[in-house]
Design a protein around this ligand. Structure first.
Ligand code: SF4
Length: 262
């Protein structure tokens, strides 16, 4: 049976007033670890090639659908060369469950074609010796690959201490007052970069995703059981708002990027 936990960790009223952002990020990351546990990265990381395609498939859909699309793709085409040689229409039919299949299929073909011509094979191992900035610069040259996707490759396949920002992490950083007038996930990524405590990129990202799914939903966040209520600067926060669910340390939602083939 999963352990039910009290998410109402007491925090001092207006505890963030006058605190430097670095200290606030450290404190918020600590509260989330206390409430949701410390996410530990798996020892066997997937290849960067696998992670790149999995992340492209995860765009604009949920993890369950994109995982299904990724599994179907790998099952039908055991190698990336086989995907590269397949017609776009056939790839699209295989990944239909992941949504935007026609666009993603064309992008995947294009990405594979470019990687083959730049690296000589469908292999991104050469990235291992490059800096984070170089890798982001290089991957974002590929059509359909943005900063978030490149950051996911860095953290989830190369084990780098990077904090990827998708729309959910962007929303949460804004609500918690960690960013200023950030309009996009890429802007939030740049603003958060100097604030992430050393070694916390993976765990803080993962816990924010969990927190967003379990408590601070995009619509109707459950502020009534939010352990970060007093840190929050969101205009619409409501101390009474709860749903009929509970949070546990072990009941984590399925996460695609923790579950692709290794
Ligand atoms: S108080 Fe509400 S809006 Fe603010 S972080 Fe908590 S759940 Fe989200």
């Amino acid at each position: 049976m999963s352990q039910q936990i009290n998410t109402r960790i007491p925090v001092k009223a207006a505890s963030h007033a006058g605190k430097p952002p670095l200290a606030r990020v450290r404190r918020i990351a600590g509260v989330l670890e206390e409430v949701l546990g410390l996410p530990v990265q798996p020892r066997n990381l997937p290849s960067s090639m696998d992670m790149l395609i999995a992340t492209v498939l995860s765009q604009n859909t949920n993890d369950r659908n994109s995982h299904h699309a990724y599994a179907s793709l790998r099952q039908r085409y055991p190698t990336w060369q086989a995907v590269a040689e397949a017609p776009v229409r056939a790839i699209a039919a295989t990944i239909r469950s992941g949504g935007m299949a026609d666009q993603k299929a064309a992008r995947i073909k294009g990405i594979l074609r470019t990687i083959r011509s730049q690296y000589g094979s469908y292999d991104l191992s050469a990235l291992r010796t490059r800096s984070n900035e170089e890798i982001i610069r290089e991957l974002t040259q590929l059509k359909g690959v943005g900063t978030k996707t490149a950051a996911c490759v860095l953290v989830f396949s190369l084990g780098r201490d990077v904090f990827p920002v998708d729309t959910h992490v962007h929303r949460l950083c804004g609500r918690l007052g960690l960013t200023h007038n950030s309009r996009t996930p890429d802007d939030t990524f740049e603003q958060m970069k100097p604030l992430i405590p050393v070694g916390k990129g993976y765990s803080f990202h993962t816990n924010l995703i969990r927190f967003g799914r379990k408590v601070c939903h995009a619509q109707r966040p459950e502020c009534g059981r939010c352990p970060l209520f007093d840190e929050c600067v969101f205009d619409g926060k409501d101390r009474e708002a709860v749903r009929a669910t509970t949070v546990s340390k072990t009941d984590h939602s399925f996460m695609l990027l923790d579950n692709i083939s290794r």
